[in-house]
Design a protein around this ligand. Structure first.
Ligand code: NOJ
Ligand code: CA
Length: 715
């Protein structure tokens, strides 16, 4: 029973079923601006529509599934309706806010097919103040026990040719740049023809896109389509009908073309539609988290936010290598690998990183390339590539653990699988016992390349369950996990709070090994990839040009101040300071912001936002009086306005502003920044000038007596 369970009787007032025809029935549920209309049409097909302030958002759209031996699209009758209002609060272990309100009306339509077999299927809707979630639910029944889903027929019929921020419906990766176009212009083949980006490739369905899909309408609405609680089911993509603006669900297939193998009682993930007339509300929405199950872990004291540096960017930029030797058959007379002389994960180099972390209060050091397997990791030719407990000869596990512990630093384990999920599962016990034995508190996993079991996809049902098995195994061993190259998240960090981050999108690393991401990329990510959960984006690159040996033209599409702002605008409880210690050493005044900024929050204020254009966010550190703000812009310079009315009344704070210098811009002068300190209070309104591709970061900490004397008031 929920803590603040309100009533089961709203049906009487608001859900009066309206008999349309002999069989057809329509039911309305209203929650502030959002209205859901459920209809069962003459053919017994379930349908729904969604309105926002009376304006159609989703026009009448049908619901249903195709099983291997039966269609669940029509011939239904309503056997019963349940309705309940919930208003509860819960506390995420790590999050953007310390407490989340879950206020929704739930409507369950119990359906039964009228034809032979009489299959039972429920559709459960949850109507929130900021949108609607719904799922298919299969109760225990005689004639539907084990079954195979071959297609899902959920429609999202939009009212117009909206503008979309989209990436192609690839079954294996989300590491694409976003395209901004009308629905009618979505065509993956055209993208492949015109793009020079290494990530862009032919997707199976030229008209399919991935979720979260962010849409803006000509009448001023912001609509986000995604899913919540993706468990035991493949990821949903959306096929776009360019003429009718009707989108329909496409599930990622398994090697034989099936989509999901289910066993009743069971339910599909929630399909989510978040709507507002304000872009800021989309970023503030907690609907996806609310649709996930509470934590499965009883004790979560060991789960902590973490900032980390890593033996990483030097490999990404080609200065060092993951592999110890140039080839696995490059061995000496004793059969030992011949070193290539540029292996980054060597004991002395790792100590250098540990020293930098210890000196600067950074808790974690990620070390990639420490274990056997990297000589021929790419391409996944063999079933077994990596050994997750066997260090290279120049990486001294024990000595490094002792060294790190003596300096109060944690080394973060790295388990790249190169898609070899079966082999990873075989080694899971050994790998996680190894982490416990040597005191590793967190692991980064990765799935670069094709999946084994062969023919499976990163976003198919088998892999969805694999990621969850890994998260659960990590939890059993009290290890936090950050997964790369997985399916995009769907709020499961609520249920598995040790699954603290994912990549599953195009991270900062693309600025190292490709043409990079355009300056608007980070203003789109929060509205798309990040709607489902935190991203390990790896911000904080300070050397903005010439960081790739032999490629002087390679550069970040960002100013230095924007790299700082990303620690606030891109939420993650796991934040990397991704650049090399020697590059930070040249800007320790700016590095101060990375040292200070929190990664777990009491409160979050989305101040201003427009996808593709700009984002300004302020957040209060959990259990502290400190606030941090970040403002970023895309290609265009702008003034970000930041009223500090959220500060405690009457209290004085020191605002340290890290901003673009007047002559900064991402292309020609990215490294020009200014740091200023002022006294501020709740009446202050900061005006921050952001360069093209620029940003500003602000720490707002309580003022001391000496600050009050020494500093000027902000004007
Ligand atoms: C891709 C990941 O995104 C990156 O962070 C990692 O360094 C490489 N794979 C190697 O595991
Ligand atoms: Ca990646």
């Amino acid at each position: 029973m929920p803590a603040k369970f309100i009533s089961t009787c709203f049906l009487i007032v608001t859900l009066m079923p309206v008999m349309l025809a002999q069989k057809a029935t329509s039911i309305n549920v209203q929650m502030n601006n959002v209205q859901l209309v459920f209809t069962l049409d003459e053919k017994g097909t379930p349908q729904y529509a969604v309105n926002y302030r009376g304006v159609p958002v989703i026009k009448k759209s049908s619901l249903g599934l195709q099983l291997s031996d039966v269609s669940l699209d029509n011939n239904f009758e309503i056997k019963g309706i349940d309705s309940t209002v919930y208003d509860t609060n819960w506390k995420p272990v790590l999050g953007e806010v310390s407490e989340v309100r879950d206020h929704h009306k739930e409507l369950t339509i119990h359906l039964k097919q009228t034809n032979a077999g009489g299959k039972l299927m429920n559709i459960i809707f949850r109507v929130f103040e900021d949108g609607v979630g719904f799922r298919y639910d299969f109760p225990k029944q005689q004639d539907l026990k084990y079954f195979v889903v071959t297609d899902e027929h959920t429609q999202f019929n939009f009212a117009g040719d909206h503008k979309a921020f989209w990436i192609p419906g690839d079954y294996d990766t989300n590491e694409y740049p976003y395209t901004h176009s009308r629905l009618s212009a979505i065509d993956n083949r055209k993208l492949v023809e015109t793009s020079t980006d290494i990530a862009v490739r032919v997707a199976p369905d030229p008209y399919a896109v991935q979720t979260p899909l962010m849409l803006t309408t000509d009448n001023g609405l912001y609509i986000n389509i995604h899913e919540a609680a993706l468990v035991n089911y493949p990821a949903m993509q959306l096929h776009v009908n360019q003429k009718t603006f009707s989108l329909s669900s496409r599930l990622v297939p398994d090697p034989v073309g099936n989509k999901a193998y289910l066993h009743a009682p069971c339910a599909t993930p929630w399909r989510t539609i978040i709507i507002s007339n304000k872009a800021t509300d989309i970023l503030a929405s907690k609907m996806i988290l609310n649709l996930n199950e509470p934590s499965k872990l009883d004790n979560t004291d060991w789960i902590k936010p973490m900032k980390f540096i890593g033996v990483w960017w030097e490999m990404q930029t080609g200065k060092g290598s993951w592999n110890y030797s140039d080839a696995s058959d490059n061995v000496d007379a004793n059969g030992k690998l011949v070193p290539n002389g540029k292996h980054s994960a060597n004991t002395a180099n790792v100590k250098r990183y540990i020293d930098f972390a210890a000196a600067n209060g950074i808790k974690g050091v990620l070390v990639e390339g420490w274990n056997y397997g990297w000589e021929d990791w790419f391409g996944n030719w063999k079933e077994k590539t990596f050994d997750f407990v066997k260090p290279y000869p120049d990486f001294d596990v024990e000595a490094l653990q002792q060294y790190a512990a003596s300096k109060n630093v944690n080394i973060i384990m790295h388990n790249e699988t190169s898609g070899g999920a079966t082999d990873y599962e075989r080694q899971l016990d050994t790998a996680y016992r190894f982490m416990n034995r040597f005191g590793y508190v967190a692991v980064k996993t990765g799935y670069v390349g094709k999946i084994i079991p062969r023919g499976e996809h990163h976003d198919g049902q088998w892999m969805i369950d694999h990621y969850i098995r890994v998260a659960q195994k990590a939890a059993d061993h009290k290890v936090m996990v950050d997964m790369h190259e997985t399916v995009r998240p769907t709020g499961l960090n609520r249920t598995y709070p040790n699954w603290i981050a994912n990549e599953a999108g195009r991270g900062n690393e693309y600025n190292a090994f490709s043409i990079g991401s355009s300056p608007d990329h980070e203003t789109i990510l929060p509205f798309t990839r990040c709607m489902g959960g935190p991203m390990d984006y790896t911000p904080g690159i300070f050397k903005l040009r010439g960081y790739v040996p032999g490629a002087p033209q390679r550069q970040m599409h960002s100013t230095l101040a924007k790299q700082l702002a990303l620690y606030v605008t891109l939420y993650s409880p796991l934040q990397m300071a991704a650049d090399l210690p020697e590059n930070y050493a040249e800007h320790m005044d700016a590095f101060q912001f990375i040292k200070d900024v929190a990664a777990d929050w009491q409160d979050t204020k989305i101040i201003e936002a427009e996808p593709g254009e700009y984002i300004t966010i302020a957040r209060k550190e959990k259990g502290s009086a400190n606030w941090f703000a970040g403002a970023i812009t895309g290609e265009n310079s702008r003034k970000a306005l930041l009223p500090l009315d959220f500060l405690d009344n009457g209290a004085k704070y020191v605002a340290t502003i890290y901003r673009d210098a007047a002559n900064a811009d991402w292309k020609n002068n990215p490294g020009a920044y200014v740091i200023e300190k002022f006294l501020v209070d709740e009446k202050t309104r900061l005006s921050l000038s952001l360069a093209n591709g620029g940003g500003a970061a602000v720490s707002i900490l309580p003022a001391s007596a000496s600050d009050l004397k020494a500093l000027k008031k902000y004007r």
